[in-house]
Design a protein around this ligand. Structure first.
Ligand code: SF4
Length: 503
């Protein structure tokens, strides 16, 4: 439990083509370190199709861990394990902050890091709220949210395990901006490699008496909802992972009443680079609405399930799946954003840019960055039924419609997937999904409704086959891991190259 502080103070989907309008939006803060920048994005080198032609299927717009042109993933190759402090500072230079908090806050606002945990909230707004709410009895707290409750997501774990100092640098910047004397790193339970990397990184920082906030590691319960910011606060108050509808944002009054900035691991790693190298450099990747590179985790039917890919320059989902997923044509359907994300028609998604604001405008969200194509010949209804069943079991048990409604939805969807439902049951399922929305104290039921509604829409041919014939002929498959079921639980992953939709 964290103390009071001790300082002095499924609509129809239409993907909108987009892409950044050019680097350099906003003011350019002074450069704050003397290290070498990670390789800049290649966005000025021409259209991504040209770059792809030059680079084959491994576009310089896309990076994996250790690729020198990456930003967050640049640095040592995976087999080197966690980058140590010396190597980190040799590569990027030491972090130097402006003398005053006001100046630092201006820098943070100028770089414009947008949250990468799913909320897509500007990080500077949270920091300003916390700083403004600070008082003698309300000392701000920064929480590095590494709970990563999405079972297939690997991006935050990858950063914590391999680039712990980058994340800790970002936490230090956030703490300095908010005026927080301490930081909690909230990590998913049962990930010893993450804890080992963080402990070693903290020891390295302590050994050189590096000034900065006190840092404490806290294990997050292995629950889907444990990373929701109000649930994070509840865990740190010793109440367990219980999300709640709050009148006041946690940034104003969170853990024990302290202004609490809960920020995703990837967001803080971006902050560390953006404050080092400035707004202009930061905006060379990403889009005007969401500057900076983007981490994705590939899952489902892909060549390397769990691979984390960094989109550094402009790239479409098709380029990501072609370059690193083992696909040379659009899959039939892709689950985007997480298990409470949305199924999207593969042909519609393929040419769409990886662009958070454009996806939002099209009625969907990139969420935790999960991109999970349905493998060829796989029954998407069977996959979805399994995910809905899992999510129904992840209710925090506080709201009746969630506690009783989600298992009922899982039963109804399971009946469709098993070929035991007729048109009447299908209509009742669709109505029940609609009424699940907004029925709980958090967005958990809404996320389950999104998953069900988009499955019924995008996988409509399969739904009708199940209603008419009891099956679409597809089998189980793809890497859609669920805690406790020993891995994918759905048989097969997707090594090899897929030639598009064949269901
Ligand atoms: S909606 Fe469900 S998960 Fe969210 S607070 Fe209520 S019971 Fe908990």
């Amino acid at each position: 439990m964290i103390g009071p502080g001790h300082g002095d103070g499924a609509p129809a989907l239409r993907l909108v083509p987009g892409g950044r309008s050019g680097p350099g939006e906003g003011t350019s803060p002074q450069r704050l370190c003397s290290g070498s920048r990670p390789e800049p994005s290649t966005s000025s080198a021409g259209p991504v199709s040209t770059q792809l032609a030059l680079a084959g299927t491994r576009s310089p717009s896309l990076a994996t861990l250790g690729a020198p042109w990456g930003r967050l993933l640049a640095g040592p190759a995976p087999h080197h394990g966690a980058e140590d402090l010396q190597a980190h500072e040799q590569r990027l230079g030491p972090m130097r902050l402006p003398a005053s908090r006001d100046e630092l806050m201006e820098v943070v606002a100028a770089v414009g890091v947008v949250g990468r945990g799913g909320g897509e909230f500007p990080l500077s707004s949270k920091l300003r709220t916390a700083a403004a709410a600070a008082g003698v009895a309300a000392v701000p707290l920064v929480v590095v949210n590494g709970s990563e409750g999405e079972p297939a997501s690997r991006k935050d774990r990858t950063l914590l395990e391999h680039r712990p100092h980058l994340v800790l640098d970002g936490a230090e910047v956030a703490a300095a901006a908010a005026g927080a004397p301490d930081v909690v790193v909230y990590v998913h339970a049962g990930r010893p490699a993450v804890v080992t990397a963080l402990r070693r990184a903290l020891d390295e920082r302590a050994a050189i008496r590096r000034p900065g906030p006190q840092v404490q590691l806290v294990e997050a319960p292995d629950r889907y909802v444990a990373g929701e910011s109000s649930a994070v606060v509840a865990v740190l108050e010793g109440r367990g992972p219980l999300p709640s509808r709050r009148q006041v944002p946690v940034a104003a009054a969170g853990v024990g009443g302290r202004p609490t900035v809960v920020s995703n691991v990837e967001s803080l790693a971006h902050l560390a680079l953006a404050v080092r190298f400035g707004a202009d450099w930061f905006a060379e990747a990403g889009t005007a609405g969401a500057p900076g590179s983007t981490l994705l985790t590939l899952a489902g039917g892909v060549a390397v399930p769990g691979l984390v890919v960094e989109v550094v320059g402009r790239a479409t989902f098709g380029e990501v799946l072609d370059g690193h997923g083992g696909w040379d044509r659009p899959p039939s359907a892709v689950l985007v954003g997480g298990y409470e994300g949305r199924w999207v028609d593969g042909a519609a998604l393929w040419p769409a840019p990886v662009d958070r604001p454009a996806l939002r405008a099209a009625g969907m969200a990139l969420g935790c960055g999960l991109v999970a194509p349905l493998p060829p010949g796989t029954c998407g209804l069977a996959v979805t039924a399994r995910l809905v069943r899992y999510l129904a079991g992840e209710s925090a048990g506080q709201c009746g419609p969630c506690v009783y409604g989600l298992p009922a939805l899982a039963d109804a969807f399971g009946a469709v997937a098993a070929g035991r439902a007729g048109r009447g049951e299908l209509r009742r399922l669709a109505r029940a999904a609609v009424s699940a929305r907004g029925s709980g104290d958090c967005g958990h039921p809404d996320g389950v409704a999104d998953l069900i509604e988009t499955a019924l829409h995008v996988l409509a041919d399969d739904v009708h086959a199940h209603i008419r014939r009891g099956t679409c002929g597809g089998r189980s498959g793809g890497w859609f891991p669920i805690p406790g079921d020993g891995g994918s639980g759905a048989g097969g992953g997707g090594a090899g190259r897929h030639g598009g939709s064949s269901r």
